[in-house]
Design a protein. Structure first.
Length: 212
């Protein structure tokens, strides 16, 4: 184990203890492969599983594993119309598991997210029986204010470019405090201080840089 890896492990251990006080279940995995293994250990075969848009989940291979495994996958990409997309979102709200990343997590064990449509943060707050959040160490911040800054200034621009958004962050690469109709990615700012249902939210911290 390199000094950097050991440092990540020590930092994650401290954060996980603080998450436990918040009734959030935390795990540390040193790399993508270990994170995928842990995620599949947590999600029982046969479970219904939905997910929000997440580069991190794709990077660790979890979306492909769910779609190719013995699970009931609720994939909005299968929808053929706006009505069908809405139905998929509602199905995810009642799923046994919902998969997502976070825009940031703090050294105090809090989760920070910004969303455009709010389907992702809505499922985080209420609905699915279990929420599994996978985050790389690149998303660690000191406090909630730093988390919202990271989400708005660091995460939103590359995500907007990836999605082809016609927003200032998508075209200029920086936040313009926009209200762009149908395009703005910063409609909902969600700060998760604790899980009201003990251990419903589970967080895998990965000792690598993942997602935006």
């Amino acid at each position: 184990m390199t000094p950097v890896q050991k440092n990540y492990e020590n930092i994650a251990a401290t954060v996980i203890k603080k998450m436990a006080v918040r009734q959030i279940e935390g795990y540390y995995c040193p790399d993508k492969e270990a994170a995928l293994k842990k995620a599949l250990e947590l999600i029982p075969e046969g479970a219904s599983v939905g997910w929000g848009g997440s580069v991190t989940m794709s990077e660790i291979g979890l979306i492909d594993a769910i779609k190719g495994g013995n699970y009931t996958a609720i994939d909005r990409a299968d929808a053929k119309s706006p009505d069908e997309i809405r139905q998929k979102y509602l199905e995810m709200f009642g799923a046994e598991w919902f998969l997502m990343s976070a825009n940031a997590f703090t050294s105090e064990g809090e989760l920070i997210n910004i969303d455009g449509n709010a389907n992702r943060v809505a499922a985080l707050c209420y609905g699915p029986q279990n929420v599994l959040v996978v985050v790389g160490m690149n998303k660690l911040v000191t406090d909630a204010e730093g988390g919202f800054d990271r989400a708005r200034l660091c995460a939103a621009p590359p995500n907007a470019v990836r999605l082809g958004k016609k927003t200032p962050c998508g075209t200029l690469g920086k936040c313009g405090e926009c209200f762009t109709a149908g395009e703005c990615m910063c409609s909902q700012f969600v700060y998760t201080r604790r899980s009201s249902i003990p251990w419903r939210i589970k967080v895998i911290i990965v000792g690598e840089s993942l997602g935006f």
